[in-house]
Structure formats: C-alpha cells, structure tokens
Design a protein around this ligand. Structure first.
Ligand code: ATP
Length: 513
C-alpha cells in the first residue's frame, strides 16, 4: 500500500500522462494553482457537469438554468459582503518566509488526530476480526474518544475566535498546539492577518473613466441579481431553484494539492428560493438529496461524511459540507448553506430595486429565503479521478494500472480494436466506430499487441474494449472486454449499442439516487 503522498503524486502524474490535466502555461514553468484540462480531462469534466445538470435542472420541474457573466457591476460585491468580508486569515513563518492559512494549519493538525483514530480502528479491526463493531469502538475506546474530544475542542475554539475576529487567539492556538511550518518545522510565526481573496481588474480603455471590477469569486451572485427576471419570465412559483455552472476566481493564499485548490476554478451552484420559515426543512432535504447524488456514482458510502459548520459565514443560519476522502484525507467537496434572505435583502438595499415575491398561496409579499448547494467541478473531478486510480494485483502475479471511472463519466466509452492490422479487420473495426460514434465517444486503436492496447485503455479509464478478429468476418460478432472485471464476452455487432448504453446511460445511474 503506497502512502498517501505517493498515491497523490501518482494521481498528478497519471493525470498528465493520460491527457487529463496539465499545468497551465507549462512551457513557461507554469502558473501556480492554475491548470488546463486536456483531451480526456475536458470530456470527464463535461460529463461530470452534465451529470449534475441533468440531476439538478432536467429532473426538477421547478429548477431552471442560468449563465450569468463573469463580470458584474462592482456594487454587487459590496452588497454580497465580499469586499468587506471575503477574507482568509493568513500567517507567515518568519524563518521559512512561507505563507499559510491559519485555519488550514489548525485543521491539518486536527486531520492528524483523525488519522490517529483511523489507525486505532485498523488495529482493532485486525485484533477483533469478524466480531469487530466499529461504531461501538469509536464510541467507547478511551484513546479514540480522547482524540475526538481534543479535535472537536480545537475546531470549536478556532470557529469561535474567527467568528469574533479574535485573530490573536487564532495565533495563540497555533502556538499552544506547537504547530510548526510544514516545510521547515519552525514555530516562529507572525501575527494572523486578514487577506481579501478577490482579483481586481479594470473595465474601460481610458485611465480616468475605467471602472474597478472584480472577477467573480462565486457564481451565486449572478443568480441573486437575476432572481426577479427569472421568476417573472419563467413564471416560477416558490419553492423554485436557479442553477448555474461557471468559472470563479480566488486569490488563494496557499494553493497546493493540485486541482483541489485553484485560483481559477469552476463551480456548479443552485440557489433554491423558499418561503421564510421553511428553510430548515429544505436545508435538510437538500443535504440528503446531494449526498444521494454523490452515492449514485458508486464510490463508496464510507468515503463521504457531513461536516456541520461551527463558524457560519456572515450570510448563513446553517451550513454543512459534504466531505470526501481524498488521497490527503477527508476534505470539503460540496457546501450546503442556508443563506437566509441576506443576499436578496442586501441587493435590494444597495440597488434600490424591489426584489420581493408575491406568494399567491398565502397572499403575502416577502423576500424569499435561500438554500444553496455549491460544489466545485474541479474538486469533484479530483474526487472521481483519485478514487478511480488503482494499481491492481492480478492472478498471474503482475499488476495493472486501471482507472475505474464510473462508466457514465468516462471520457471514452469504448475502444474498437482490430486484432491485427490486415485481412480486412481494420475496415470492420472502422465501420463499428462510424456506427457507434453517433451515440458515444469512442476510439479506434490498432497499434501494438492487443494485450498492451487493453492495458492502455484500462489506464485511460475506457470501460469497454471491443475486439474485431478473423471470426468476426463470418459471424458478425466481436469480443467485448469489461475494464473492471476483465471478463470477455462474445456478442453480436448489432447488439453493441444496447450493451454499452445500458452501462453508460445517465438514467440508469441517476435512478440509483
Ligand atoms: P475552502 O474552505 O476549501 O476554501 P470554501 O468553503 O471557501 O472552500 P465555498 O465558498 O463554499 O468554498 O465554495 C463552494 C465549493 O467550491 C467548495 O465546496 C469547493 O468544492 C469549491 N471551491 C472553493 N474554492 C475552490 C478553489 N480554490 N479551487 C477549487 N474549488 C474550490
């Protein structure tokens, strides 16, 4: 078993080698925390986006889409609170001159306590064998309970201090826990300061009339400022939602961990507008619905958990993250936030335009409350990709590298392989490609021995290989090989489309929700 760091390095290098993710402007030595999606990556990303869009928009009569511009009137960000409060607490190490997010240093410390708990669980599971009761062990083992309490107390204190803007206490906590610089180990820290994450730019050509703008740090505000337009033109009745996917920009203090934390990234957000007083129910419902969406992809219920926020953002009355077990531990993948009427009220105040809704059922005007679901597309990509990448020991003692992407998300659904490059086999294989490409993204591959081609497609994440051999010329049948089981079956060419569709159809996956 490779350790976490090795496994993560493998993920990064595999993503590059197989055309998924490249560093931006690599020939100029790259740009920190900015990445490009290559030929396979762009397909995987599109498929994840589509999977989300279908589940959220197409399957809900009361949710519609939107594509708002990245540039917005600068007052938007005053109203949303981003100009004054979109800050991260930063701390510098005086010896190594490295800059960190103070909250992340503390969270990583707690992450180490979590890792210790997992070790205790592993050890106990080995010791007790089949009779091991994990829940009971977690609740009663003295050492585990101690780690858990310690972690909770630390996070609680940090949450409260950040809430009160007591940055001196955040520093005191780092010192009390004796947290050292992850690079140098030095404990010589500066004070904690706030740092605004928005990127500024200018609109207009002449220096004196140019307007200061921000690149949007979240897509949500595009939805809020269009709330009434969409409600009126779409004749939407509360409760209803507006969904959008698009780029967001944040000048992250510490941008490491590959596409987990980027400076330019893509969000998939949905704002659900509800009657005031009903937000708690909707919040619980959306937490459940979103978790089900994740589980439908079959990446293992144990790899997800909820984390309820201690420190609430200025706009929220409840918030939770869905965390995923990344190669570097459990981290936020998606946020579900009950945002109250903060945003709409604030835009009403700053714009001077009414943003309220008339509810015909109760004959009242009000500003709706909002429950938001917000997931990073790139983070979801990393979750799917890192979970899929496996080194598998085979019966004959060799290993294969296989990318077990959920078939519905895989960039290439099937590779068509003529067994040899002659005897009319390539022509038959090409014909199959021509036929299947109307429905699926497929590839043709004739280079190298067929075994090597299988391995290449395994590592590429292709769920099916379809091999055309000499018998095909007489029986109109081919061999279909399944990536995950390596099982092979002889099937009629005429049946291929139905067989592939069954496995990659969004409906069959989403029905598992
Ligand atoms: P974090 O605490 O990790 O900085 P956040 O709580 O600031 O994240 P939100 O503002 O709730 O994140 O954004 C919603 C989602 O957008 C996150 O759950 C995450 O998936 C994604 N996201 C946020 N920041 C980044 C980033 N810098 N790079 C990639 N994805 C991001």
């Amino acid at each position: 078993m490779a350790n976490q760091e090795d496994q993560f390095k493998k993920v990064v290098s595999h993503a590059k080698e197989y055309g998924y993710v490249f560093q931006s402007s690599e020939i100029y030595d790259g740009l920190s925390a900015v990445y490009d999606y290559a030929q396979n990556g762009v397909e995987l990303k599109k498929n994840i986006r589509d999977y989300w869009w279908k589940a959220m928009v197409q399957m809900h009569e009361n949710i519609v889409g939107l594509d708002a511009a990245i540039f917005m009137h600068p007052t938007t960000w005053k109203a949303s609170g981003h100009v004054d409060a979109f800050n991260d607490p930063l701390i510098d190490n005086k010896d190594s001159k490295k800059r960190y997010r103070a909250d992340v240093l503390i969270e990583d410390y707690v992450g180490k306590l979590d890792a210790k708990i997992e070790k205790e669980v592993e050890k106990a599971a080995k010791r007790f064998g089949a009779s091991f009761d994990k829940e009971q062990f977690l609740a009663t083992n003295a050492r585990v309970v101690e780690y858990k309490n310690q972690g909770n107390a630390i996070l609680k204190r940090m949450g409260q201090s950040l809430e009160k803007e007591d940055l001196a206490d955040v520093k005191a906590l780092i010192e009390e826990l004796e947290i050292g610089c992850p690079l140098s180990g030095s404990k010589n820290w500066t004070d904690v300061k706030q740092f605004n994450l928005m990127f500024g730019t200018k609109l207009g050509a002449s220096a004196d009339t140019a307007m200061d703008l921000y690149l949007r740090p979240e897509t949500a505000q595009g939805i809020f400022v269009n709330f009434l337009n969409v409600q009126k033109t779409g004749r939407m009745k509360i409760p209803f939602g507006i969904a959008q996917t698009g780029k967001a920009f944040r000048n992250e203090i510490v941008a490491r961990q590959f596409i987990f934390r980027m400076r330019e990234f893509e969000q998939m957000e949905m704002q659900f507008f509800v009657r005031p007083g009903t937000q708690k129910e909707w919040y619980e419902q959306w937490k459940e619905t979103r978790l089900k969406w994740h589980l439908s992809l079959g990446m293992g219920a144990d790899n997800y958990r909820f984390h309820d926020h201690e420190k609430l953002a200025h706009y929220a009355d409840a918030a939770a993250d869905i965390e995923f077990k990344f190669p570097f531990g459990f981290k936020e993948l998606e946020g579900i936030h009950s945002r109250t009427d903060f945003d709409l009220s604030s835009h009403e105040k700053y714009s001077g335009k009414k943003l309220n809704y008339f509810d015909p059922e109760i004959n009242e005007h009000y500003i709706p409350y909002v429950v938001e679901t917000s997931i990073g597309l790139d983070r979801m990509f990393l979750a799917v990709f890192s979970h899929a990448l496996q080194d598998e020991e085979l019966e004959n003692g060799t290993t294969r590298t296989v990318l077990k992407l959920p078939a519905v998300l895989a960039p290439v659904k099937a590779a068509i392989l003529p067994l040899v490059k002659k005897d009319g086999l390539p022509e038959v294989a090409r014909k199959i490609v021509e036929d299947l490409k109307w429905d699926f993204n497929v590839a043709y591959d004739e280079k190298d021995a067929v075994g090597r081609r299988y391995r290449r497609q395994d590592a590429n994440g292709t769920p099916f290989c379809i091999t055309v051999d000499h018998e095909t010329l007489t029986d109109d049948a081919v061999t279909i090989r399944y990536r995950d089981t390596m099982d092979q079956k002889r099937v009629k060419i005429a049946d291929l489309k139905a067989i592939i569709k069954e496995e990659v159809d969004v409906k069959n996956w989403l029905m598992k929700m």
